[in-house]
Design a protein around this ligand. Structure first.
Ligand code: FAD
Ligand code: NDP
Length: 434
């Protein structure tokens, strides 16, 4: 059991950690000042690759190919990069105890790490159906996806079940992205979700109808309005049947469960102020304790644009919040300051040859253009969310980089649309700034 001391520690080795490390280096870092402690065996990587290119049937992405910060066009930070910069990467190491008062972290093997400043970047963990007591939900062949080890296990299961039956439980990001990649691997895929249409937290029915139609044309079955109520396994404990609440039964060799994620806040939840499931931070990602910052999925931050506190579970915010926290730390050391975080929510997803982006807030009336009958090969359609005569959110499938930029501008500036009638807005070209 050892005790080590660092000026800065990043707890968690995911997306935010990789971008925070890069920012520390850019701002000026001495060798031995920074350690990253991560439960994962790999240096920080771009997690979005796991539900997409990692599972492709041909030339799947593998590490070290997608270490941060390649996802935003930056340098590929391999373990060698960290050692060259004098950053200690403490991998395969779970922190099991933390004391804000002592400024210390204790690992599963009993080592103690002391910090001057701490950045908590522990991300989130998938929710399991066994958390709700669904019978049989721990059977072999039921997969969740968060870390590279989960993706490797799933990849091997796909290869072991050519032309097998796969069931995706959940119609959110994981459900939609995994159904696509399983179909690309020639599995017979059925999606099951309780809502009337997929991605209900963001999509409206007209948008969802396009994606559901596209998936059905690819041969994916969609079962809506019911949930998985149990699983049956064979004598080896391998899942074989998904039982649905409406009485139907689906054959399954592989089941993917994507029913949401829960932020990893347990280590500090009695020591830091918690709100909306995450650590409450200010516009600089400072938590309620001095020199303790929280970024990425675990941070509940002031979303200045909408004057409310929000937690965001997407990669763009993980990157930007990490950068903001490091800039705050370094500015304080230099006796200067940085601007408060002023985030424009940005989400995206890719599946098959489809690719959509969304900026802003999906509040108010959704005005959808071009979705009905959209070409399935070169699909292009979008939506604006309009509230009090202003554009609040903007969505585009199949947009170019410039068009997506224009969308972001419209959502950021909350462009007034009072001069336009509904019909004009409906056919607004995506490259327009409204
Ligand atoms: P994470 O990247 O999850 O990193 C957390 C790290 O902390 C992990 O390494 C974890 O092992 C470690 N950790 C946790 N607890 C401990 C502990 N006690 N001790 C040591 N280490 C610990 N977002 C998008 O915008 N677009 C996408 O296309 C997209 N695709 C995704 C695909 C998948 C499969 C998943 C799971 C998520 C995807 N996301 C996507 C969401 C995005 O990846 C997350 O929002 C982002 O990774 C959050 O970054 P983070 O650093 O906060 O957490
Ligand atoms: P999501 O929250 O996106 O979606 C989960 C969906 O499952 C929701 O629609 C939820 O409904 C529904 N659901 C809840 N309980 C059940 C149930 N018992 N049976 C069936 N459906 C249920 O989570 P995911 O699991 O898809 O993703 C996990 C994490 O990974 C999230 O943080 C997500 O942001 C991230 N991710 C992001 C991607 C991206 O940005 N492109 C890609 C992949 C993952 P309800 O809303 O009513 O709870």
């Amino acid at each position: 059991m050892a005790e080590k001391s660092y000026k800065y520690i990043i707890l968690g080795g995911g997306v935010a950690a990789g971008y925070a490390a890069r920012e520390f280096v850019q701002q000026g870092l001495q060798a031995g000042e920074l350690a990253i402690i991560s439960k994962e065996p790999a240096a920080p990587y771009e997690r979005p690759a796991l539900s997409k290119a990692y599972l492709f049937p041909e030339s799947p992405a593998r590490l070290p190919g997608f270490h941060t910060c390649v996802g935003s066009g930056g340098e590929r930070q391999t373990p060698q990069w960290y050692s060259e910069k004098g950053i200690d990467l403490v991998l395969d190491t779970e922190v099991v105890e933390a004391s804000v008062a002592q400024k210390s972290l204790k690992t599963a093997s009993g080592d103690v790490y002391k910090y001057g400043a701490l950045i908590i970047a522990t991300g989130a963990t998938f929710i399991k159906l066994s958390d709700f007591g669904t019978p049989g939900a721990d059977a072999k062949g039921i997969y969740h996806l968060r870390e590279v080890e989960d993706a490797t296990a799933l990849y091997e299961a796909i290869k072991a079940n050519p032309n097998g039956n796969a069931v995706c439980v959940g119609g959110g990001y994981i459900g939609l992205e995994l159904a696509a990649v399983l179909n690309m691997n020639k599995m017979k895929v059925t999606m099951v979700y309780p809502e009337p249409f997929c991605m209900p937290r963001l999509f409206v029915s007209e948008i969802a109808a396009f994606y559901e139609g596209y998936y059905k044309e690819k041969g994916i079955e969609i079962v809506k309005g019911t949930v998985a109520s149990g699983f049956e396994s064979n004598e080896h404990g391998e899942v074989k049947v998904v039982k649905l609440k409406d009485g139907r039964e689906l054959p399954a060799d592989i089941v993917i469960v994507g029913v949401g994620a829960r932020p990893n806040i347990g280590l500090f939840k009695d020591q830091l102020t918690v709100e909306k499931g995450g650590f409450k931070v200010d516009g600089f990602f400072k938590t309620s304790a001095e020199n303790v910052y929280a970024v990425g999925d675990v941070a509940t931050f002031p979303l200045k644009l909408y004057n409310e506190l929000r937690r965001v579970e997407h990669v763009d915010h993980a990157r930007k919040s990490a950068i903001q926290a490091v800039q705050t730390i370094k500015a304080a050391e230099a006796g200067t300051s940085v601007e408060e975080y002023d985030y424009l929510p940005y989400f995206y997803s890719r599946a098959f040859s489809l690719s959509w982006q969304f900026y802003g807030d999906n509040v108010g009336d959704a005005v959808v253009w071009g979705a009905k009958g959209a070409d399935k090969v070169n699909a292009k359609f979008g939506a604006y969310w309009v509230k009090d005569g202003k554009v609040m959110g903007a969505f585009l499938e199949g947009g170019s980089a410039d068009e997506n930029k224009a969308l972001a501008t419209a959502a950021r500036n909350q462009v007034p649309v009072l001069g336009l009638d509904r019909q004009e807005l409906l056919f607004l070209p995506p490259s327009s700034t409204v």
